[in-house]
Design a protein around this ligand. Structure first.
Ligand SMILES: [Zn+2]
Length: 68
C-alpha cells in the first residue's frame, strides 16, 4: 500500500533511470522532501541498486537553450 508521500514522489520519478524498472513497486524506496523551497525526490531501485534524486525545477535559468 502506497502512502501519500510515496504517491507524490512517484509524480516526480516513475521509473529507474538505469534499468527502467517501475519505482511504484513497494520494494523500492521513494521519498519526497523539501529543501529551501524545492521539492526533491530521492529514489532507490531494488532491482539494480541504482539511486538518485529528482529535483523539481520551477525556473529554467539557462538563457540560450534553443534557437542556437
Ligand atoms: Zn533499476
Amino acid at each position: 500500500m502506497l502512502q501519500e508521500e510515496a504517491k507524490a514522489a512517484l509524480e516526480f520519478v516513475c521509473y529507474c533511470a538505469r534499468c527502467g524498472a517501475s519505482l511504484a513497486d513497494p520494494r523500492n524506496l521513494v521519498n519526497l522532501y523539501s529543501d529551501t523551497g524545492r521539492s526533491i525526490c530521492f529514489w532507490w531501485c531494488h532491482a539494480c541498486g541504482a539511486k538518485g534524486e529528482a529535483v523539481e525545477v520551477d525556473r529554467v535559468t539557462a538563457p540560450h537553450m534553443a534557437e542556437e
